[in-house]
Design a protein around this ligand. Structure first.
Ligand SMILES: [Cu+2]
Length: 199
């Protein structure tokens, strides 16, 4: 399932013809230990993690937004600088509380608008989003991490990992198909749910 999704993603991007999105995607697929971001400085030894959120339209699979990669690995006992570029332009309803940032260093995320698919400016730092402006979340209940993600935005934050283990994540914004928007990608591994492995 994950492999099939990944192949569909890469094919969809190439068909879509978006070089910028493809660049973001390839970066995301690197899943990023030790990769230094070109546009943001980090202290040596810190770890970068890049994720992208692509739309069903980009992927050629209507109604199926996808976090790419949905399964990713980060080192144990490390400081992780994460950027999630959300190319989705629409919001979805989110249960009360999931619009709040939880589990990051400082309890905040920095929101940088995407202009022509590229982060533009320094953005602004928040502890929560307007609940009506959440497109997706990456939520790991077991470690208390909740990252609300608005449309067409790069979300930047830092978090610290503990011991090795696996942690499932689930999007809590009803971005899928079917009743209440909780079907399709929301209930399918590799799309709006996946696993973070700490090793
Ligand atoms: Cu979602």
């Amino acid at each position: 399932m994950h492999d099939a999704g990944g192949r569909a993603t890469r094919r969809g991007i190439l068909v879509g013809g978006s070089a910028l999105a493809a660049t973001a995607l390839l970066t995301a697929c690197g899943a990023a230990t030790g990769h230094t971001g070109a546009d943001t400085a980090a202290p040596a030894g810190d770890v970068w993690l890049y994720l992208a959120i692509l739309t069903g339209k980009m992927l050629g699979k209507k109604g199926y937004p996808q976090v790419v990669p949905a399964d990713f690995t980060v080192p144990a006992n490390a400081t992780i600088h994460c950027e999630i570029r959300c190319f989705d332009d629409g919001a979805a309803s989110v249960p009360s509380g999931y619009e709040k940032v939880k589990g990051t260093v400082g309890g905040t995320v920095t929101l940088v608008p995407l202009v022509q698919e590229v982060p533009s400016g320094k953005g602004h730092t928040v502890q929560a989003l307007d609940p009506k402006k959440v497109a997706h979340t990456i939520t790991m209940t077991d470690i208390g991490l909740n990252i609300p993600i608005p449309p067409l935005t790069a979300v930047r934050f830092t978090f610290k990992t503990g011991a090795a283990g696996t942690h499932p994540w689930q999007c809590m914004a009803a971005c899928g198909t079917g009743t209440g928007g909780w079907g399709g990608p929301m209930s399918t591994d590799g799309w709006m749910k996946g696993t973070m492995t700490i090793q």
